[in-house]
Design a protein around this ligand. Structure first.
Ligand code: UDP
Length: 342
């Protein structure tokens, strides 16, 4: 069986859904401490075994890995806000590095040696050339990126020293929502651009704050490579197959190779919603590189993977989610049932 850490989170929940769709006879187990994740994101199917625990709890993880005879860990659980990581580095080193090393210790004790890891384009830092391929220097300029780079390095060390097989997937900007309406993006607080723009469109926020309009980009705002969360999810399924067939370690960028500025994203949101979106310029956000755009040729070549969604389709799916079946807004209000505590 596969174990998914952080399966109640945004990307983890989309991966689980795609995995269950791809393998109708399989079940998965997810471990989530529900500090950020939503129970609704994993409660729609009896094929998801939900275990409430922190993946940094070695004894709990050993018990779980044994109980479910886990072969492969797909590791999403992490703190993931660039801005917060600058303000509270300790939280990021603790959650993303220390807890992950504890998870690896539990895996080592159970002889589980296969990992698909959620890494990030934030490990690259400021672009030295564009689009960025996997051999681009990794010089992160924010704490979040540093913690993910450290985990990549730990995986490489486990692979060399202990024969583990892993694939690290460097996501560019995950966005959009599954068409089912069952799952989507809801961070509390929300910090990501597309949901914030769509909430401004609905009048739930006064205006979208644009962090910096003096970058060295054509319109002065930051450029990112927005990729649909289901495109990311599918890549993980290919990554599991890949690492089982190719022992050792590999890293892949996951992006669309198309960059969009903050102002361009707002324009697309206006087109999709048909609404005027109030906006205001604000200072730069510490830790933001001006441009991040992927070269994803390697994933296409070796994983046989390609993106299916462009930015208008991403925004369309996010808009349906924002208007519709979104989880109840507070995690406490959303608590239904109580997964087994271990
Ligand atoms: N951004 C912005 N206003 C916001 C949130 C984000 O201008 O309220 C910008 C941010 O500075 C970055 C881009 O939008 O250039 C994407 O940010 P997001 O937080 O969505 O993802 P990140 O790139 O940090 O992973």
């Amino acid at each position: 069986m596969i174990l998914v850490t952080g399966g109640a989170g945004y990307i983890g929940s989309h991966f689980i859904k795609k995995y269950l769709d791809a393998y109708p006879n399989e079940t998965v187990v997810t471990v989530d401490d529900f500090s950020e994740g939503h129970r609704e994101a994993v409660s729609y199917s009896s094929r998801i075994h939900v275990e409430q625990a922190n993946m940094g709890n070695i004894e709990a993880m050993v018990a779980l890995l044994k109980h479910y005879s886990v072969r492969t860990v797909v590791h999403f659980a992490a703190s993931c806000y660039v801005g917060e990581s600058q303000q509270n580095p300790a939280k990021y080193f603790q959650n993303n590095c220390v807890h992950t090393l504890n998870l690896f210790e539990a895996m080592a004790r159970c002889d589980v040696r296969e990992v698909v890891f959620s890494s990030t384009c934030a490990t690259y830092g400021n672009p030295q050339y564009l689009p960025m391929d996997e051999v681009h220097p990794q010089l992160p300029i924010n704490v979040y990126g540093s913690t993910k780079l450290m985990t990549e390095q730990a995986l490489r060390a486990y692979s060399i020293a202990q024969g583990w097989s892993y694939v690290a997937l460097r996501y560019f900007n995950a966005s959009g929502a599954d068409e089912s309406g069952l799952i989507g993006e809801l961070h509390e607080p929300e910090t990501h651009l597309i949901p914030l723009v769509l909430q401004a469109a609905q009048g739930k926020r006064n205006a979208i704050q644009i962090y910096g309009n003096d970058y060295d980009t054509p319109d002065g705002t930051c450029i990112r490579d927005y990729i649909h969360v289901n495109d990311l999810a599918r890549a993980h399924i290919s990554a599991i197959d890949y690492l089982r067939q190719h022992p050792g370690g590999e890293v892949f960028n996951l992006g669309t190779t198309t960059g969009s500025s903050v102002l361009e994203v707002i324009d697309v949101c206006e087109q999709v919603t048909g609404l005027t979106i109030p906006r205001a310029f604000a200072p730069r956000r510490p830790g933001d590189p001006p441009v991040l755009v992927a070269n994803a040729d390697k994933a296409e070549r070796l994983l046989g993977w390609k993106t299916a969604y462009d930015l208008p389709q991403i925004v369309q799916s996010a808009w349906r989610w924002e208007q519709g079946a979104r989880y109840p807004s507070s995690k406490t209000a959303s608590a239904t049932g109580s997964p087994r505590q271990i």
